[in-house]
Ligand binder design. Structure first.
Ligand SMILES: Nc1ncnc2c1ncn2[C@@H]1O[C@H](COP(=O)(O)OP(=O)(O)OP(=O)(O)O)[C@@H](O)[C@H]1O
Length: 339
């Protein structure tokens, strides 16, 4: 993921997005570099407010230019998406790029039957006849695991369960066989069993369609089960990236290590979970220098942090921000030193 190669069809280069707040611009994401390949699920993980959704909406061109300043390049199959106007973007959204949002109910039109909602995207991007569109709707509903597609096609969203609605959203997102699917917290609103089924559907689609998927989640369990590559975001920056094996087996950045330590494991269900102290800073309070996570690991001496933290390669394809990872220990690993 971190190495730019010909097979990367999405290259996010030095992308920053700033929002206007009280007349001033503040970065919500800063200097993001990421690549996605076909047949790959890249997870973006981090706590709420770290900038994950801002990254997704920046790629999709969903920001009001009057309120937002965006810089950098999003090279998608040779087109810099950030240079497109609204009609240019409309050629990509729903066609080559599909998007799945967190809340399936608000993403569906309550007044339209499921078949019409799935057909709509094909009306815009394809010349299929009514008969072929109907066939495709049934095929898509099958593909996302709906057992009675003929019946579901005729139903309205309120007649479906949350899990079924999310399957329909996925069907809409993949209707035109996009190369890239951006899924923003696609399972957060669903219960655990349904979550697992939806993640299976996503994985199957990635295999069948050879799509690249950006999966946004705050849930490390979802990352471990689903993704190939992972980028850990903190306060608008990527602090660690690598393969899922690298990041889970040899996590380096104190933030990644803290997230993993605060995650319930089967064998520590009854133990007190680690709690990361403090909060993600608001955009106006973002530290201008030093590691942005430093205030939440106050026992680490200031000199362990870089003034302007950069990414360091710790293994091929595995990168970590700042030098503070080198000697990092939790207070209970340090013997007499406490937080
Ligand atoms: N339109 C906006 N105007 C001002 N600030 C914004 C805007 N959208 C997001 N932010 C701020 O940008 C930061 C990143 O928000 P974002 O929603 O991208 O984070 P996230 O990691 O996706 O969190 P969540 O999981 O809660 O959606 C937050 O501090 C948020 O308050």
């Amino acid at each position: 993921m971190s190495v730019e190669t010909a097979s990367n069809f999405l290259n996010i280069k030095d992308v920053s997005t700033a929002f206007k707040i009280d007349g001033q611009y503040y970065d919500a994401i800063s200097h993001i570099n990421l690549q996605v390949q076909h047949d790959e699920i890249l997870a973006i993980v981090g706590e709420s407010g770290c900038g994950k959704s801002t990254l997704a909406t920046t790629i999709m061109g969903l920001h009001d230019p009057a309120e937002t300043k965006i810089s950098g390049e999003v090279d998608f199959e040779g087109t810099d998406l950030l240079k497109l106007d609204e009609s240019g973007y409309n050629q990509f959204r729903g066609a080559k790029i599909g998007m799945i949002f967190q809340d399936p109910l608000s993403a569906l039109n309550p007044l339209k039957r499921i078949e019409d909602q799935i057909s709509e995207v094909m009306d815009y991007h394809t010349d299929l006849s009514a008969e072929d569109k109907h066939k495709r709707v049934i095929e898509l509903l099958n593909q996302v695991g709906i057992v009675n597609p003929q019946r579901t096609a005729k139903q309205f969203p309120h007649e479906l369960s949350g899990g079924m609605r999310q399957r329909v959203i996925i069907a809409i997102a993949i209707a035109c066989k996009p190369d890239l699917i951006i899924a923003d917290e696609p399972t957060t609103a669903l219960d655990v069993t349904i979550q697992a089924q939806i993640l299976d559907v996503l994985r199957d689609i990635q295999k069948e369609n050879h799509a690249g998927i950006i999966l946004i989640t705050h849930d490390l369990g979802v990352v471990a089960e689903t993704a190939d590559e992972v980028a850990v975001m903190y306060a608008g920056q990527i602090v660690e990236q690598g393969s899922v094996e690298q990041v889970f087996n040899t996590p380096e950045h104190p933030y990644t290590r803290s997230l993993l330590r605060s995650m319930p494991q089967r064998d520590n269900e009854n133990d007190d979970l680690y709690v990361i102290q403090g909060n993600v800073p608001s955009l106006q309070k973002m530290p201008a220098t030093g590691d942005r996570f430093a205030p939440r690991i106050p026992w680490v001496p200031a000199e362990e942090h870089e003034e302007h933290p950069t990414m360091h390669e710790v293994a091929p394809g595995h990168e970590v921000r700042c030098t503070c990872y080198k000697h990092f220990q939790f207070p209970d690993e340090q013997g007499s030193v406490t937080a």
